[in-house]
Design a protein around this ligand. Structure first.
Ligand code: UDP
Ligand code: MG
Length: 324
């Protein structure tokens, strides 16, 4: 029996890129006849006709499956959904905008056949990103990896091959706020790398503004590190020691030189500084309390409205019931 390979693509308003994407996917699939393929599209609440287009295509292309989420859950959740739905012996997530060229899938499968359980696709250049994005990405990896265990590899996106064994572990992880890059690194397994040139986006526009990226970065660090919390302990100790020695010095001075009232400036500075420091500390605590709160609700990370394959529609609940 030929092995089954699942390609998983989260899509959010990607109607512009779909035709070219499918063309290239079909060519790649045709060139790799030693494997069977399924292509799982996860429609993450698109508003531009992406779903209709995909459903129409799924009638012509038997290997196409479409999972329709009930709203936009964000890329991390959509990717989780796709990985849960995939049935392949290997699962390869990729972006739908052709920034992850499907042509290197052959190389990834070769490494997999040689025994790798994870094959990372590493972008050899970041020319398709602007200077700001390149700099912030670099700093994100630096900060994240200095705080969090395990380190996440630089210049590697979600484009990678995951063996069935790895996927089974990922699916079992119970957290519902899922920072996929971190989870991918966390599961470990024997890892190989292939390099590729990242192309500019084909059609449509990026869904990740600066603010969204900033939040994703915070999500990543707070998911995988408690260093920001611990920092406050040390900072608190240092400030307390400084305050203590200043206090001692004040007492000594008063004893030797007598009472001396002026001190408005130093008092105000100390009060304002400490107030600010405490607020930042509480803010960081809040980040973690918030995370714990969200996790404690045990809500599922995504909700499926329906699934489509070879033109047939199955409501989510029916399939879920059948699977039990
Ligand atoms: N995406 C998604 N849900 C979202 C945002 C993005 O499924 O809420 C998908 C998007 O359709 C694309 C992939 O995630 O297939 C990567 O998004 P994008 O290309 O905008 O990110 P960038 O390459 O700019 O980092
Ligand atoms: Mg992109």
């Amino acid at each position: 029996m030929r092995k089954l390979v699942s390609l998983v693509l989260p899509v959010y308003d990607e109607a512009d890129a779909l035709d070219r994407l499918l063309e290239r996917l079909v060519a790649v699939i045709a060139s790799l006849g030693q494997f069977r393929f399924e292509v799982v599209f996860v429609n993450d609440g698109s508003r531009d006709g992406t779903l209709e287009l995909l459903v129409r295509k799924s009638r012509e292309l038997p290997f196409l499956r479409v999972v329709d989420l009930s709203r936009n859950f964000g890329k991390e959740a959509a990717l989780s959904a796709g990985i849960c739905e995939a049935r392949g012996d290997a699962v390869i997530p990729l972006d739908a905008d052709l920034q992850d060229p499907p042509e290197i899938i052959g190389k990834m499968l070769e490494k997999w056949e040689e025994g790798a359980e994870v094959v990372l696709a590493r972008r050899a250049n970041r020319d398709s990103d602007n200077l700001l994005k390149r700099l912030t990405a670099k700093w994100f990896y630096r900060v994240h990896n200095s705080m969090a265990e395990p380190a996440i590899p630089e210049n590697v996106g979600d484009f990678r091959l995951l063996d069935r064994q790895v996927v089974d572990v990922l699916v079992r992880l119970s957290e519902n706020r899922r920072f996929m890059k971190g989870l991918f690194a966390w599961v470990g397994f024997r890892t190989e790398t292939v390099d590729f040139e990242r192309e500019p986006r084909h059609g449509g526009r990026t869904k990740f503004s600066g603010w969204r990226l900033w939040n994703l970065a915070l999500e990543g660090i707070t998911s995988f590190s408690t260093v920001p919390l611990r920092t406050w302990t040390y900072f608190g100790i240092v400030v307390a020691l400084l305050a203590l020695s200043y206090g001692l010095w004040l007492v000594m001075r008063t004893l030797i030189l007598g009472v001396d009232l002026p001190g408005y400036a130093s008092l105000m500075t100390a009060i304002l500084f400490l107030g600010g420091v405490q607020l930042v500390g509480i803010g960081i605590l809040g980040e973690y309390v918030g995370r714990t709160y969200m996790e404690s609700k045990r809500r599922p990370p995504f909700v499926v409205r329906a699934r489509y394959s070879a033109g047939a529609k199955s409501p989510a609940s029916l399939r879920d019931a059948a699977a039990k």
